[in-house]
Design a protein around this ligand. Structure first.
Ligand code: GDD
Length: 412
């Protein structure tokens, strides 16, 4: 773990180091969070390791802030949730935030470029599969809060790389808990849990009492982590919680997830139709799957409330509403003002424009070995006990995502 202070003043306008996968929406003007516009971002790219602190630098920072300011480690800070959490904490607290990144030859810092000059935000190296780096970060930073958003979070991928999923989503949690127990027992720990832990549901909607019946290696790993968090909480009196977060989407969502895949592809198709150009058809798997889709930014206040109660407790965060993948596509087409018709069903279902241009076809390669057909959360407890509320409903969420994708493509 090394390198320098966050003083790079790179003015390169070419964002070549980003893979674009955890996407480009950090470049968007964002009404609720201080995400800058593209022209400002161009001179503020976090591009290389010179933006990452060494632990000796961390020690200095620690000295600087030790009396007054609380320290928060946020893992997975380059992803959707971690970056939104960093934004939330910067806006609503005076905490010092240590965002963790994994050393990769191809960087993707798109979601955090706007934090480059933020004095209360530092980047450190931490790999969840390396126990040593977890321990080092905890002993050097001595965080008041450890918020773990890093994960192998793609359910479909967990069948392709189950061991990596297990190590990142379950074993790593044990390492974090052990380090907190030994070196920072006062540190409050949040682990990102998932509605996928409920899996093959036996009750609709699902609340905190619903049994864990995971259907994927991902869901099983998250369920195991939940047990570990509980065991450590009860055995060692740690403040350790794992919220159940139902599907949460937004402009920074990775394009492998179905919502962003839909809004991004339909935005591309819309541009192509406007310019009478060729385009790649949208290919989807199970259109009947139903999910409780909420705006990811709305979840951040819920997580922070969960972390600041008198006693640790797990809560469901959700909207209580459920829509199918098909409905998400239809709502996106409405936002794009593309009138459509549907022909066929099952594997042969297709969406066409009114003048018979193909928009979407089903591709069975996106079917999963085991599907979770329906998920809908009951967040009554979080509303009543935490006072948690949401700003965005399903329609507003789809509109926001589609418009963001459409505008970004226009600016390219
Ligand atoms: N990804 C994807 N791609 N999913 C598709 C597609 C497709 O082309 N076509 C249909 N689907 C269906 C999937 O089968 C699934 O039922 C649903 O769309 C949602 O898939 P994802 O967007 O990949 O999300 P997820 O529900 O599997 O998992 C997300 O939510 C969980 C919380 O419930 C992830 O964010 C997880 O990390 C999170 O824990």
């Amino acid at each position: 773990m090394k390198i320098k202070q966050n003083t790079n003043t790179n003015t390169n306008t070419n964002d070549a180091n980003d893979t674009g996968d955890a996407n480009d929406a950090g470049d968007m003007d964002n009404v609720n969070h201080p995400t800058p516009n593209p022209t400002r971002i161009d001179s503020q790219l976090i591009e290389d390791d010179s933006d990452i602190l060494s632990l000796s630098d961390v020690r200095d920072t620690h000295q600087l802030h030790k009396s007054a300011i609380k320290r928060v480690i946020v893992t997975g800070v380059t992803g959707q949730d971690g970056s939104f959490m960093a934004d939330y904490l910067l806006k609503n607290t005076d905490c010092m935030i240590y965002g963790t990144v994994r050393r990769l030859s191809v960087k993707n810092y798109t979601n955090i470029h706007h934090l480059k000059r933020e004095p209360r935000f530092k980047l450190i190296n931490l790999d969840l599969t390396d126990d040593y780096s977890i321990r080092e970060a905890i002993t050097e930073i001595k965080p008041h809060y450890f918020l773990n958003f890093a994960a192998q979070s793609f359910v479909d991928g967990s069948w392709d790389y189950p061991i990596q999923t297990w190590e990142t989503d379950a074993t790593a949690i044990l390492h974090i808990l052990e380090s907190i127990r030994k070196f920072a027992p006062y540190c409050r720990f949040y682990n990102a849990g998932s509605s996928e832990e409920f899996g093959d549901v036996i009750k609709d909607p699902q609340d905190e009492e619903h049994p864990l019946r995971p259907q994927s290696p991902y869901g099983a790993a998250k369920a195991a982590a939940r047990h570990l968090v509980r065991v450590y909480r009860e055995s060692y009196d740690l403040y350790a919680v794992q919220g159940w977060l139902f599907n949460h989407e937004g402009t920074r969502r990775g394009k492998e997830f179905v919502t962003r895949k839909i809004t991004h592809t339909i935005a591309k198709i819309k541009h192509a139709l406007e310019q009478d150009k060729k385009y790649d058809v949208l290919k989807l798997g199970n259109l009947d799957a139903q999910r409780d889709w909420t705006d990811a930014e709305d979840f951040m206040s819920g997580v922070w409330l969960m972390m600041n109660q008198d006693a640790p407790k797990n809560y469901v965060l959700a909207s209580g509403k459920m829509n199918s993948v098909r409905e998400f596509l239809q709502e996106t087409l409405k936002c794009a003002n593309i009138k459509h018709k549907i022909i066929g069903d099952g594997e042969y279902e297709k969406f066409l424009t009114e003048d018979d241009k193909l928009i979407m076809e089903v591709d069975p390669k996106f079917y999963r070995p085991a599907e979770v057909h329906k998920l809908r959360g009951d967040c009554t407890l979080a509303e009543n006990e935490l006072g948690w509320t949401r700003t965005y409903n399903f329609k507003k969420l789809v509109k926001r995502m589609y418009e963001s994708d459409y505008e970004q493509l226009k600016n390219r």
